[in-house]
Design a protein around this ligand. Structure first.
Ligand code: TNX
Length: 521
């Protein structure tokens, strides 16, 4: 968000208040919004132009027992711009309603939904609250983009008619935010959570510790945060989350049906800890603080018992404040840890995670060790052959796909992009959309893929504007690769659907990259 939200919203308001939406005037054949335009593309969608539903001051939201949270969330989305009361009522009131229903439909699984929009009302059905939440994200896209305005807009509110049956291709659709290289305040993380939730992202991976800063309060090692948290890349201001603030972020994410996976990167990427506590170094001397962007120079002391006391304390405290099943133990680019030591470290640390009731996820290098079958290596390389990843997949481990040359949101779009890096690739919007998770790594097919994640490393990223510029419009593409059936994958169709998202981003104040590959209109 570059301008104040109020200014950019006011500009939209004046445009939409004077008349019809631009697209309605342009071409009657191409409606402004349709169930067939939803991003990520649904499994199936059938438009019914005669089935538009109009929200009025008398519309209610009816909710089955168990659907109340999603109903309240939907009400919170629709009230500011409509100004309508939209009370949440129990099922079967018999007035025009958006009805949220829970049932048993074997076709749609735990996150799928069925949405029907007709003249008399909107019905959204799912097996779980997660499914209803994802259905609500589709429903939002059937309303004019002005629905996201923060103040009342005097206009008609038509939901595009038709039906959608939808469920995800993969269980995990993630985004990662590196809060270690640069720190982002809780409100900035919450803003990003709201932005990614609209594209059915269900996992937020927080990279909480790296060479340049430690970002989470650990009560048994208090200086990690208060001293190790002071720094950031280039000497920029640091910061950290108290455990209470972290729990608040986790709860906020949960209210958007997003699970937080916290990462403590080790045994490399640990300079902030080792400059703070001398005993974490083999020679007992604290290393100097570093705020440059080199990687691969730090390593915990593998032979020291204190190292495992440290890991045990950190994992214990983090597990206690993390409701999700997985803890991320990093493991990437440990170039300063000899290979045998790396395996020793993994053999000692993975059981600590299990001891505190959690499962292991980590960068794909952890697959060099013998993993429990529940462990999820996160693949970040360029695709092709990777022996240890293929072997893990053959043993039954699921692999999370984050190929750096497609999915890394910190890669520049083109040589002129003012932010980001280019070591993996230049990633234009078409490139970020142009890959398939199930044919990327030899031996890792559809059944072995846990899902996809779009990491945003923040060496060059300092503000929420910066986050938005790198994530939009690429993040929706990664979300679509993770959610939509492979059969829907089509760049020409996608770029047209993507273009129709832009008015929403403008209303929401998202400062996106206007790629020349898309006709933004
Ligand atoms: C590689 S690939 C890293 C990060 C950097 C990133 C920058 C991987 C797991 N680690 O430490 O921030 O490149 O693009």
């Amino acid at each position: 968000m570059r301008l104040s939200r109020a200014v950019s919203t006011a500009a939209i308001v004046s445009l939409t208040a004077v008349g019809l939406p631009a697209a309605a005037a342009a071409s009657p054949a191409a409606p402004e919004r349709s169930v067939t335009d939803v991003v990520p593309a649904p499994v199936s969608a059938k438009a019914d132009p005669r089935g538009d539903f109009k929200l009025t001051p008398f519309t209610v939201i009816s909710a089955d027992r168990g659907a109340g949270q999603v109903a309240d969330y939907l009400r919170g989305l629709l009230r500011p711009a409509t100004g309508y009361p939209l009370p949440v009522v129990p099922r079967s009131w018999g007035v025009p309603a958006i009805s949220l229903q829970l049932g048993h439909d074997a076709r749609i699984g735990t996150e799928g939904y069925e949405l029907k929009v007709g003249r008399d009302g909107v019905s959204l059905k799912a097996n779980t609250a997660d499914g209803l939440f994802e259905g609500v994200q589709s429903l939002r896209q059937l309303l004019p983009s002005a629905i996201d305005a923060k103040r009342v807009q005097h206009r008609t509110w038509t939901v595009a008619g038709g039906s959608i049956l939808d469920y995800p291709r993969f269980g995990e659709r993630g985004a990662m935010l590196d809060v270690a290289r640069h720190f982002f305040k809780p409100d900035q993380v919450k803003l990003y959570i709201d932005q990614i939730a609209q594209y059915k992202i269900n996992t937020l991976h927080l990279h909480l510790a790296d060479d340049q800063g430690w970002r989470i309060e650990i009560k048994s090692w208090p200086k990690l945060a208060t001293v190790g948290g002071k720094t950031a890349v280039d000497g920029d201001p640091g910061g950290y989350y108290t455990q209470k603030q972290y729990q608040d972020i986790v709860a906020y994410a949960a209210s958007r049906h997003i699970t937080v996976i916290p990462e403590i990167d080790m045994p490399g990427h640990t300079n902030a800890a080792q400059s703070t506590y001398a005993e974490l170094n083999c020679d007992g001397k604290a290393v100097p603080v570093r705020t440059d962007t080199e990687v691969g120079y730090s390593s915990l002391c593998i032979s020291s018992p204190i190292t495992y006391k440290f890991v045990d304390d950190v994992v214990r405290e983090l597990a206690a404040i993390t409701p999700g099943q997985y803890l991320h133990i990093g493991g990437d680019e440990a170039h300063a840890t000899p290979p045998a030591d790396y395996l020793t470290f993994q053999q000692k640390v993975q059981p600590i995670v299990a001891k505190y009731g959690k499962k292991v996820t980590g960068w794909h290098e952890i697959a060099k060790s013998t993993l429990p079958v529940s462990a999820v290596p996160q693949y970040w390389d360029f695709g092709g052959d990777n022996e240890s990843v293929a072997a893990a997949a053959a043993r039954g481990n699921k692999i999370l796909m984050s190929p750096a040359n497609y999915a890394y949101l910190d890669m520049k779009y083109n040589p002129e992009t003012p932010l980001g890096q280019d070591w993996a690739a230049l990633v234009e919007v078409k490139d970020g959309y142009g890959w398939d998770p199930a044919s990327l790594v030899t031996g890792v097919g559809e059944k072995q893929v846990a899902g996809v994640e779009a990491p945003l490393w923040t060496e060059t990223i300092r503000t929420s504007d910066d986050i938005e510029y790198m994530a939009f419009p690429r993040l929706p593409g990664i979300a679509e690769i993770g959610w939509s059936p492979k059969s829907t994958h089509n760049w020409d169709a996608y770029r047209q659907r993507l273009a129709k998202q832009a008015p929403r981003w403008v209303t929401q104040g998202i400062d996106f990259y206007r790629s020349p590959q898309v006709d933004w209109k």
